[in-house]
Design a binder for this molecule. Structure first.
Ligand code: ATP
Length: 451
């Protein structure tokens, strides 16, 4: 089992993930993706989009604005209830999420009985839209429009939130998509993108971040069919997790008991993964009834009913929501792929990534860096491969042994090496990541073989 520090260290060393704003000492809960990390992340997101949007006739993709009218978050209940219980230690002033720790004793300073009653802390980040200032002498018109404000108050009239989930950007576009595309029900709308949560204690690498990405579908169904559609989603999610290369043995589906479910939901499954820090939520699948569309209809006064084409009675659809977190998917993929073995008596670390997720699919190298004929031939092969295969890398750094070690660590499935025989015979060596076996092949046959 990979240790968290091994994964964090590999990610930094090899250019996957760095601490956010590291040069200034970092910013808790934020992470920056390096050249390989961003590729891995996009490969995961592309796979999700292809699986759940492009390859399906019944799901439409959208990209809503991150900043939304604050009425969205009032109607959805986030302003009132999107909270976590916060406790503060009176001794060391450490702040913790009360539901995630044993509050009888502070985990930082070790003192017992130092926590008061938990208070509810809203996790939405606030910001202001348009010019902001303090209410001054010349703000008579503004003053009139905001009751209860006095000189010196921060103008709150233009308060907006950074979205804490992508789901509401889907619900607010439900009617637009229905009007533009007249979909048959059941149908879904999918969105991928940033979400922001002011987590009380971000932790476990990117697992709990303050800025992260989600991939969500809201799947609209007739209320009588929700159970059958829910079961289909379980099958589809299982297939996607397999495609991410996640071992079945590390995935646990947890039926959330009624007491822990939202009042409107009759079924929720948390998909847990065996992360290095323990079993924890990778994604959720929830039946949300007509809660969200009902709220929007009430708050906006707009009709959210779906009108069936067979002229049967209109109804407000119910919703099934599979909600994936990109960072947690990355952590799961890295955890599943991290492997240590021994080659010729030496310890080797490699990422056994599924080929379609690897940030570099093929690395092309000259056997020796300082031989111009080898370099020229290697460049020729590199250019040829690039026209047909995504994410091919030219690598002539260090000696060949170091290159293999580096490519293994970043999960490159194949290294193609050009040597002196290549100049004579037009053939090259393919070296396989998982077995370290080498295979000789004509350059003409390289593309079909690698594909
Ligand atoms: P948790 O209980 O771990 O805080 P949650 O139940 O609040 O998660 P949801 O609101 O259901 O999470 O969000 C859907 C998905 O978004 C989660 O399954 C997870 O993959 C991802 N996610 C949520 N919060 C974070 C975060 N702070 N950092 C990274 N991913 C997150």
């Amino acid at each position: 089992m990979a240790k968290l520090e091994d994964i964090v260290s590999l990610c930094k060393r090899r250019g996957f993930i760095y601490r956010g704003s590291e040069v200034y000492g970092g910013l808790a809960g934020t992470w920056d993706y390096g050249p390989l990390g961003v590729r891995l992340k996009w490969n995961i997101m592309d796979l999700w989009w292809k699986t759940f949007v492009d390859d399906r006739d019944d799901i439409y993709g959208v990209e809503a604005a991150i900043l939304m009218n604050p009425k969205v978050w009032q109607a959805s209940g986030h302003v009132d209830t999107f909270t976590d219980p916060l406790v503060e230690c009176s001794n060391c002033k450490g702040r913790f999420r009360a539901d995630k720790i044993d509050i009888s004793k502070c985990t930082t300073c070790g003192k017992a009985g130092t926590f008061g009653e938990p208070r509810q802390f809203n996790m939405m980040f606030k910001t202001h839209i348009g010019p902001v200032g303090r209410l001054g002498f010349n703000d008579e018109n503004v003053k009139e429009s905001i009751t209860g404000t006095k000189r010196g108050d921060l103008l709150d009239g233009n308060l907006v939130y950074l979205r804490p989930e992508t789901a509401q950007g889907i619900f607010t576009n439900y009617k637009n998509v229905v009007d533009s595309f007249s979909p048959d029900i059941p149908f879904g709308i999918g969105q991928m993108g940033k979400a922001f949560r002011n987590e009380i204690s971000p932790r476990d690498f990117v697992f709990r971040s303050r800025e992260f990405e989600q991939m969500e579908v809201e799947y609209f169904v007739h209320k009588d069919n929700w159970q059958a559609e829910f079961e289909k989603w379980v099958v589809d999610i299982d297939a996607f997790l397999k495609n991410l290369g996640l071992p079945d043995s590390k995935i646990k589906k947890v039926e959330v008991p009624e007491a822990d479910r939202a009042h409107y939901s009759q079924r929720t499954i948390d998909y847990e993964f065996e992360f290095p820090h323990g079993n924890d939520e990778l994604l959720g699948l929830a039946y949300r009834s007509d809660f969200d569309l009902g709220n929007i209809a009430r708050a906006s006064g707009k009709n959210m009913e779906y009108r069936p084409k067979d002229s049967s009675a209109s109804f407000v659809p119910h919703v099934i929501e599979p909600s994936f977190g990109v960072e947690r998917a990355i952590m799961a993929v890295l955890t599943g792929a991290y492997t240590e073995d021994e080659v010729n008596g030496e310890k080797r670390i490699f990422l056994k990534l599924p080929h379609h997720l690897a940030p570099v699919r093929v690395a092309v190298s000259p056997l020796l860096k300082n031989k111009p004929q080898l370099g020229a031939k290697a460049r020729e092969v590199y250019k040829m491969l690039k026209t047909e295969i995504d994410n091919v890398m030219y690598d002539d750094n260090g000696n060949i042994g170091k290159r293999y070690r580096r490519q293994d660590e970043i999960g490159t499935p194949y290294c193609v090496v050009i040597d002196f025989d290549s100049l004579e015979n037009n053939d090259v060596t393919i070296r396989h990541r998982d077995t370290t076996k080498q295979q000789r092949i004509k350059i003409d046959e390289l593309i079909p073989e690698l594909k």
